[in-house]
Design a protein around this ligand. Structure first.
Ligand SMILES: [Zn+2]
Ligand SMILES: [Zn+2]
Length: 225
């Protein structure tokens, strides 16, 4: 005697909820229309396969999809870097905020993090400043872009950034990490500029802002085609 088909309507299997019967497969298996809460899609699945399922197959599809080249949240996905011990596929990513590169599992990348983790290092400072623009520029508490800017301010009286007219001569001044340095009086702009460059480099070095760090914040301009 043929068994009466089980009614699975309303039953759940992981993220799947059975909506209604959807006929039979060519081989005679009962088909069920299911809603997958994980991805929000509906899928028709054979009844006997439902017990082993936790989703419509979206997790597997996503795990196989290559994220390389995509820009997700603050991360630019560069390339695959194998997988971790749990079988999660790893990708090398570059963070928009700190410019740092980090290997992250696909699931983490998909979560659209607010940062690669760099934002956590100095939360108070980050909170105090406008989010994206400034966060991009801070390294060890130094606003790198601002500290290494070469162009003079628009209202500069000498045309040289950090050099100001003073008692018939010129002084240089620079502020890094809240520490302000001011030179003595020089008779020419060039002398003041030179003193400033030396001082600035020393102060940046002291703060850990090496040439390598600066290069990260100020990538070398691409050669023109
Ligand atoms: Zn799904
Ligand atoms: Zn980062």
């Amino acid at each position: 005697m043929p068994r009466a088909p089980l009614d699975l309507t309303g039953k759940t299997f992981g993220a799947l909820t059975v909506i209604r019967r959807a006929g039979s497969s060519p081989k005679g298996a009962s088909l069920w229309l299911c809603h997958c809460a994980r991805c929000g899609r509906d899928a028709v699945i054979e009844g006997h396969r439902l017990r082993d399922k936790r989703d419509c197959g979206c997790a597997y599809r996503e795990s196989r999809a290559d994220l390389s080249g995509q820009h997700i949240g603050v991360l630019q996905v560069i390339r695959r870097e194998g997988s971790d011990k749990h079988g999660n596929i790893l990708y090398l990513c570059r963070c928009d905020l700190c410019g740092g590169e980090k290997v992250l599992p696909a699931s983490t990348i998909r979560a659209r993090l607010a940062s690669c983790g760099c934002k956590k290092t100095d939360p108070q400072r980050m909170e105090a400043m406008s989010p994206l623009g400034v966060a991009k520029q801070v390294y060890h508490g130094v606003q790198v872009i601002q500290a290494t800017r070469e162009e003079a301010n628009r209202n500069s009286q000498t045309g040289v950034r950090g050099v100001f007219p003073f008692r018939g001569g010129y002084v240089a001044a620079v502020q890094i990490k809240g520490v302000r340095w001011r030179s003595g009086r020089y008779s020419t702009i060039e002398e003041a500029q030179k003193a400033l460059a030396v001082q600035k480099e020393a102060m940046l070095d002291d703060a850990g802002v090496t040439d390598e760090v600066i290069a990260k914040f100020r990538p070398p301009k691409k050669p023109k085609k």
